[in-house]
Design a protein around this ligand. Sequence first.
Ligand SMILES: [Zn+2]
Length: 266
Amino acid sequence: MQTEGPLSKLLLAYQDPIQVYAEAGAHILHLNAQIGKMLRMESLGLWNCMACGEIFSSLFRMGCCKRCFFESPMAGDSILRPELSTAHLGQADRDLDYEARFQLQAHIVYLADSGGIKVGVTREAQRHTRWMDQGASRVRIIARTENRYEAGVIEVALKAGYSDKTSWRHMLGGMMTGINLKEEALRAFVLFPPEMKGFFVPDGEEIQLLYPAQGMPKVTSIKLADGNGFEGRLVGIRGQYLLLEGGRVFNVRAHEGAQVRWKLEG
Ligand SMILES: [Zn+2]
């Protein structure tokens, strides 16, 4: 079959193994069913800004056109740096209504194992989505806060002992440290700022995530530029990456907004 539309991030359903869907124009593609089959994707050379929806020949950053990257609350400071949140003070960065809805809700701080232990922050309600998007192998909640700012302050302190980035090569390699996350949570607690220690969760949720993918030790990343594309047999999906035979990988999220044509076998 063939269909086209702007790429948006893969929809990952929290099951064992994780089920993966892609929106493609009027269709929702169930990608687990395509594993083992040929996949072709062609760039149409146009990009939809994820914030304003207008069409451009390229986007600036984070799936946004240049204006939205600097003006839309979808690309505000607190998105990538939770500690810069100000809605709890009643102060707007770009749009207080949007920011209050986003920031003033329960957040969690977690440790994730993807071949290295990293610290992260996310809204509690969307934690599974976040962990699956990152391709984490194991995750444990170590703090639960009332808003985004508090979680961000804890994360900043924990950066003294942990990375806040996933190594995508380790992640796609299917690596795990095997470190005991319950014990690691106690080590992390030592780094909590004194005024945030009350948010520590000693018995936080801990889960393992199973992706429809084998570890891929050596990978090269495919970039979609105007008028090009790729073709190959889909061998797995992990996080936001499509894994093709021969170690080629395609980061769907990094291409959000790109208008593409999908060609699927069968
Ligand atoms: Zn825009």
